[in-house]
Design a protein around this ligand. Structure first.
Ligand code: ATP
Ligand code: MG
Length: 432
């Protein structure tokens, strides 16, 4: 590197790293999900404006934007209405007393009320709410409860917290809004009868983005910059900042045009749609750019970091299966591909396996009992999960299961599976 450029890079690289990192850390505005946003806004508005207490559940896989949706809606409403906001998290408030402490602190309630009350959780919370009703400064001020990791509150003893909050959302004079946030779609099945009957059954569903192009756009956004984004004192540089910017973007274009980069990005997106994971990985990429090693973004750097940090544990798990278990996985893959990800039961998979072994003369057919054992192992590895979590009463054969593996993962595992019979490989890649 010639002298003038080297001096230039010494100034530019740290500044650029700071600029790109802050771009990656600062989450963007809520995009899409306008129907869900309107639904939640209307629901909370009814509580905080008209005093109509209500409850709702927001369900969606990790990273689908549940927290983002709630925080965006609350931020908007906090500017317009006056209400208490109590945030509880199932991972932090692991028992009702911890939750009560948080409620007392947020509502600025007098701790002596809790001491004087009956001692039971329900009694304490009711006492707090009654004090708020009688307190002239807070009279009729609505309370919005946000319960993150809602499913964890279901394992609290007797679900007292949930019961008391749901009951309050129906009976107290203070308008109360209870919003549960969870990644567990079947969470209502975990609710006790008395809680369920008090829950409004409003449910808002969020789904992860399915469009790789928007992820690619985000990638481009993270690695490009405008000259004015980088706060550089031109006097520090021996040449114009535009030169570095020009060279940087030239390299970025090469990276974006590289099919191997697109492949690693696609693979990560295929398995983990969580934008946060992507942001974290991009932070690592940008941190690796320094004067000694990579002054510019390079395809090798991206591929190395993504491959190092993003190991597909499902593929590892698949490669560790026995041939019989893998055959079941292939049967499940065909079943879900053919029926658009619909859940299946053991019988359906068993029939596909039987059909394959009948046609394939080199493979000995295992008994139903052995296959059931293999099926159970796949459940234990969480490669499949029951649709109905309270399914004890249903015969095991007829329970419905969801396949947690993508077709790409199956193909990758089959490709690298040690000493796999060609007939099985062929079956895995065939289209049913
Ligand atoms: N619709 C969206 N618009 C803008 N950013 C989004 C959207 N959905 C997700 N994100 C981004 O993805 C990341 C994860 O979102 P968020 O934390 O809201 O997901 P979550 O569903 O609450 O996940 P978890 O179940 O792990 O709590 C955040 O950085 C957020 O900014
Ligand atoms: Mg969240």
């Amino acid at each position: 590197m010639d002298e003038p450029f080297s001096g230039h890079a010494t100034v530019m690289v740290p500044l650029l790293r700071r600029c790109l990192k802050s771009k990656i850390r600062n989450s963007s505005e809520l995009e899409g999900c306008s129907a869900q946003r309107t639904q939640l806004t209307n629901l909370i508005t009814r509580v905080v404006q008209f005093g109509e207490s209500d409850s709702a559940l927001i369900c969606g896989p990790p990273g689908s934007g549940k927290t983002k949706l709630v925080s965006t809606v609350l931020k908007e409403l906090q500017g317009k209405h006056d209400f208490f906001l109590v945030k509880l998290n199932g991972l932090i408030h692991t028992d009702d007393n911890l939750a009560l402490k948080e409620i007392v602190q947020t509502l600025n309630a007098d701790e002596s009320i809790v001491e004087e009350a009956s001692g039971s959780f329900a009694g304490n919370l009711t006492a707090i709410l009654e004090t708020l009703i009688n307190d002239s400064s807070t009279v009729d001020r609505p309370i919005v409860f946000i319960l993150e990791e809602f499913q964890l509150f279901c394992s609290h003893r007797k679900q007292t917290l949930l019961y008391t909050l749901m009951d309050a959302s129906q009976s107290t004079k203070v308008p109360v809004c209870v919003i549960g946030v969870t990644s567990c779609f079947e969470v209502t099945q975990l609710l006790e009868k008395r809680v369920k009957s008090r829950f409004s059954h409003n449910q808002i569903f969020l789904y992860p983005p399915n469009d790789f192009n928007s992820r690619l756009e985000l990638f481009k956004h993270f690695v490009t910059f405008k000259d004015e984004d980088v706060d550089v004192d031109v006097d520090d540089l021996s040449i114009s900042p535009g030169v570095y910017s020009f060279l940087w973007h030239e390299e970025v274009q090469k990276v974006i045009d590289n099919p191997k980069v697109i492949e690693v990005l696609k693979r990560q997106f295929g398995v983990d749609k969580n934008e946060q994971t992507f942001r974290n990985t991009m932070l690592m990429v940008i941190s690796e750019i320094d004067l000694e090693r990579n002054q510019f973004l390079s395809a090798d750097l991206i591929i190395r970091i993504f491959n190092d940090t993003f190991r597909d544990f499902t593929v590892f798990a698949l490669r560790g299966l026995s041939v019989l278990e893998l055959c079941l996985v292939i049967a499940m893959n065909h079943q879900t591909n053919q029926y658009d990800d619909e859940p299946f039961n053991f019988g359906m998979v068993y029939r596909r396996y039987q059909k394959f072994t009948n046609e394939c003369s080199v493979l000995v057919q295992s008994s139903r009992a052995v296959l059931l054992k293999a099926f159970q192992k796949l459940i234990n590895l969480e490669l499949i999960s029951p649709v109905n979590i309270h399914s004890k009463e249903v015969l095991k054969d007829f329970n419905l299961y969801r396949f947690n593996v993508t077709n790409e993962q199956v193909q990758e595992a089959v490709k690298n599976f040690p000493d796999l019979m060609p007939a099985i490989k062929e079956w895995a890649t065939s289209v049913c």
